[in-house]
Design a protein around this ligand. Structure first.
Ligand SMILES: [Zn+2]
Length: 240
């Protein structure tokens, strides 16, 4: 006898940045298992890749994950997570004052998109004849860089170079527009190394001034009563 097929429910949401409506379904038991396995391995890069694969499957390949901004992807993953395993989760967070762990419930419905204080143009003028057009870094790039350079990659010059290399979309020299297919990674690395620190800083400013998806989670420590300002951010932390 053939077992009946299980119908999965469908939902829709509006992506906050792309302003596009997307339908999605919850993830299935087998898909959740693959995600949990990748998380146990404690490899953020693999977890992000697994999450992206899951988003593609749950949106029935309706969206191109390579074209969506990090905030839209994180938002979409949160929505899928909420209909799949629920809107809350219990996590233990260490107090900044006494170090003791506080067990608390996070409500994923309380997420917020924080806009950058300043809007930075992605078109950076290097000189009168030379400009660079940047694109928003992809989630996989962000994950790879934090994996390579640790928790605070913004403090690392090499990490800055690496991030900028991934964000350069076009180089415009006089009337000529060069796209990523026109130059190699090595050419680009050399090009970026030839910049002054001021030029580099104005490019980095664009990368740093992007919207963020966060879950505010301020708490008062149960052990020492210190107030802890806290936010939860980063896709890998939206599934705990
Ligand atoms: Zn404490």
């Amino acid at each position: 006898m053939n077992l009946p097929t299980i119908e999965t429910p469908q939902y829709t949401c509006m992506l906050p940045i792309a302003q596009k409506e997307v339908s999605y379904r919850p993830f299935l038991v087998g898909e959740q298992k693959a995600l949990l396995i990748s998380q146990e391995a404690d490899n953020v890069h693999n977890t992000i890749k697994e999450i992206l694969r899951l988003i593609t499957a749950c949106t029935m390949a309706e969206i191109d994950i390579n074209r969506l901004s990090p905030v839209d992807l994180e938002f979409l993953f949160l929505q899928i997570r909420i209909v799949s395993v629920g809107e809350t989760s219990e996590v233990g967070i260490g107090c900044q004052e006494c170090g003791e762990e506080n067990i608390m419930e996070i409500n994923y419905l309380q997420h917020e998109v924080i806009e950058p204080i300043e809007k930075v143009d992605n078109f950076i003028k290097i000189s009168d004849v030379l400009s660079v057009e940047l694109k928003i870094p992809h989630l996989v790039d962000i994950a790879e860089i934090s994996k390579k350079y640790g928790d605070k990659p913004e403090d690392d010059t090499q990490a800055t170079f690496d991030m900028l290399n991934r964000c350069v979309d076009k180089i415009i020299h006089e009337d000529e527009v060069l796209t990523r297919d026109d130059f190699s990674e090595q050419d680009l690395a050399k090009f970026v190394e030839g910049m002054t620190l001021n030029m580099l800083e104005s490019m980095m400013k664009f990368v740093e001034h992007q919207p963020k998806l966060v879950i505010p989670n301020d708490f008062t420590c149960k052990h020492c009563e210190a107030s802890n300002p806290n936010i939860i951010e980063g896709m890998e932390n939206f599934f705990v």
